[in-house]
Design a binder for this molecule. Structure first.
Ligand code: NAD
Length: 363
């Protein structure tokens, strides 16, 4: 059993509580922390409702929490711009870390977190929980078995809506210093999936816009990605879609196979056609039904599996499935998109960039 503490008790933290509850056989919550103390109290209550009589401690200051509780694991769900400092403090205090996406807001900060994990001999994982969506896992198996043949092109579409009130209720959202725009916040999950399928990106060319929202960063982005294997990726991401979320769809096209996973948040197989369908174990008709349901929120259920994999990574002394290094890849693509917009040129990867270099871009 591993003790775990949660830092940051806002909008996404209920998914952390759910993952603690559903993994109660291998981890137990010892503390929750948020300077907005009523939020921390609410999370402790949410946990107790499911796990029963448990002594979850409540803190406003994470340094005090680390000193008092010495948890084995800390999960971080604060504003993105705070991930680096909090993660490094916790790693230096001897904790393993599960950090919300994006890992950080600059390549330098992501590198510093990975170095701190390595130096302290601790695990670091990033919450790209959609990699654990059953249809996405299925796609990955078919990919690894070679059923797509040569990969040609693919796309990720995120046609969502984040209203003015979403930004107003937490003023850090949409700022260059703490968040970035919709590509960095909402679309980075899908960008991660695209690069997970197609491999290393080598060049990015982009157009981003701030069409509607009263924020510093973009509410729409489009980009072309060239992958090392010669394949081409297309990104279309919006927070402006009227009147509400429509879809998040990953499309993958290979020489011998086509797959499209859509629904609200890459949870529903829509197209599944392979030349060697007998070898993939299922025809299109067979896979459509079992994967038909959208989850109740766009966050899905992947946190539960991600946290479980993290514990397995500790006990087996292997990297978690989405390590800090792995989680840094989508960050680098989003930063390359920003740099491409700023310079008006294609950007080669690897690239060093920070959201702070976009300060004042949209005036
Ligand atoms: N995995 C996902 O699908 C997903 C979904 C939404 C948000 N996120 C990520 O989760 C993070 C949080 O987003 P959110 O929308 O929940 O934000 P939020 O503003 O709703 O919550 C953040 C919380 O962190 C607290 N906090 C700030 N500084 C702190 C500190 N020093 N110690 C303890 N708590 C502190 C704030 O008081 C606030 O309650 C962001 O990085 C975001 O990108 C991930």
């Amino acid at each position: 059993m591993y003790s775990v503490a949660l830092i940051g008790c806002g909008r996404i933290s209920f998914k952390h509580i759910e993952a603690f509850v559903k993994n109660a056989d291998i981890m137990w919550l010892v503390a929750v922390c948020d300077p907005a103390i009523e939020r921390a109290e609410e999370k402790a209550r949410e946990y107790r409702v499911h796990v029963g009589d448990s002594a979850v401690k409540i803190y406003a200051d994470y340094q005090k929490m680390l000193a008092d509780c010495s948890p084995d694991i800390v999960t971080i769900a604060t504003e993105s711009g705070k991930h680096k400092i909090i993660a490094i403090d916790c790693l230096n205090a001897g904790c393993h870390i599960i950090c919300e996406k994006p890992i950080a807001l600059s390549t330098a900060d992501a590198d510093a977190m990975n170095i701190a994990a390595q130096k302290n001999g601790k695990k670091l994982a990033i919450c790209f929980q959609n990699r654990f969506n059953p249809p996405v896992e299925k796609l990955r198996q078919v990919l690894e078995a070679g059923h797509f043949g040569r990969l040609l092109h693919g796309s990720i579409q995120i046609r969502w809506n984040r209203s003015e009130s979403y930004y107003k209720e937490a003023p850090w959202r949409g700022t260059w210093g703490m968040d970035g725009g919709t590509l960095m916040n909402q679309c980075i999950h899908g960008i991660d999936l695209l690069q997970w399928v197609f491999g290393d990106a080598v060049r990015v060319q982009a157009q981003i816009r701030r069409f509607l929202r009263d924020i510093q960063a973009e509410d729409f982005g489009a980009a072309l990605i060239e992958f090392k294997n010669g394949a081409v990726g297309i990104i279309e991401g919006s927070a402006d879609v009227y009147p509400a979320n429509i879809n998040e769809t990953l499309s993958v096209f290979g020489e011998r196979g086509s797959a499209v996973i859509g629904g609200l948040a890459v949870n529903k197989i829509e197209i599944w056609r392979f030349a060697d369908a007998e070898k993939t174990g299922d025809t299109e008709k067979e896979v459509l039904d079992p994967y038909e349901k959208d989850p109740p929120t766009v966050y899905g259920f992947g946190h539960v599996s991600l946290f479980r994999d993290f514990i397995a990574a500790i006990t087996e002394n292997r990297p978690p499935r989405i390590s800090g290094v792995e989680g840094g890849k989508a960050l680098e693509i989003v930063l390359a998109i920003y740099k491409s917009q700023k310079t008006g040129l294609p950007v080669d990867l690897p690239c060093d960039f920070s959201t702070l270099e976009m300060e004042g871009y949209f005036r």
